[in-house]
Design a protein around this ligand. Structure first.
Ligand code: SAM
Length: 263
């Protein structure tokens, strides 16, 4: 279908096409028709985006963007609207990618959507000025591996990150080391911790790990990101940090990554 044709569809025909794609997670307005009007979080992700849109550069002219777990392309479309030259959206679910391609056709914008798991971002062989990694971490059985891969292979400068979080919203200042007999911090709710979901959470068997805020921040730092803004509870704007100085922690991190062939 050509760009003109999709944009010119009547509301009835647009609704029929939307229905053909199956259930939508993201609520987009396509030719005046809402794709997920009954989302349990409201007009999602627009309501979410309203809380942190200001924390991203308004002008992305000439920039490249990788949207990992792009779903129906809400953030890809927004970044294109901000002038990004190249936007690549990846998701491992072909059904969502079909929705995203249709949405881009209706909006008349040139965005590439490709089927790819976050674990395979190394195959892209390209780094991006802005990586969007929103709402994916807790769906992964191996979340830190994914963050390491993103940092190593595709993040050039900024990363927009979001995770569902549970537990304390405070983050204690972690020490650089603890004595073997020191254990009281493990009982503190603001110590970094991640809850493992063996079965389901919110009826969803793909929710595997849910960090508290301290854990989100610690994992981002450990993967090599500096948090430069925290505009909303679950959202972090990060900048790629130069590899740590030659410390024993940096060496251990490097060795761990090499053993998984991340680095
Ligand atoms: C909760 S939705 C978030 C969508 C969007 N990023 C947002 O914030 O609105 C999670 C998305 O991540 C995708 N996803 C889950 N695991 C993935 C993986 N291993 N690689 C790529 N995408 C994945 C799902 O298909 C889904 O589209």
């Amino acid at each position: 279908m050509s760009v003109e044709t999709a944009a010119a569809l009547s509301a009835t025909e647009t609704q029929r096409r939307i229905d053909d794609f199956g259930a939508w997670f993201q609520n987009l307005n396509l030719n005046g028709v809402q794709t997920a009007p009954n989302h349990f979080l409201g007009d999602y992700p627009a309501v979410k985006f309203a809380g942190f849109a200001h924390a991203l550069p308004e002008d992305l002219t000439g920039k490249s963007v990788l949207d990992i777990g792009c779903n129906a392309g809400f953030y890809s479309l927004e970044m294109k609207r901000r002038g990004a030259e190249r936007v690549l959206g990846v998701d491992f679910d072909e059904r969502y990618l079909a929705q995203a391609r249709f949405a881009a056709e209706v909006r008349g914008v040139d965005i590439e959507f490709r089927q790819l798991s976050v674990y395979d971002v190394g195959t892209l062989g390209e780094k991006f000025d802005l990586v969007i990694f929103m709402g994916v971490l807790y769906h992964l059985r191996h979340p830190l591996l994914a963050l390491d891969l993103v940092r190593e292979h595709v993040a050039k400068d900024l990363m927009l990150f979001q995770s569902m979080q549970r537990g304390s919203t405070d983050a204690m200042k972690v020490e650089t080391d603890y004595d073997f007999w020191q254990t009281e911090m493990f009982s503190r709710p603001d110590f970094p911790m991640m809850y493992f979901i063996e079965h389901k959470y919110a009826g969803d068997p793909t929710n595997w790990w849910i960090p508290n805020r301290a854990c989100t921040e610690a994992m981002l730092r450990s993967a090599g990101f500096e948090i430069i803004a925290h505009p909303e509870d679950e959202v972090f704007v990060c900048r790629v940090k130069d590899t740590d100085a030659d410390t024993d922690v940096a060496r251990a991190t490097k060795q761990a990554k090499e053993s998984l062939q991340v680095a």
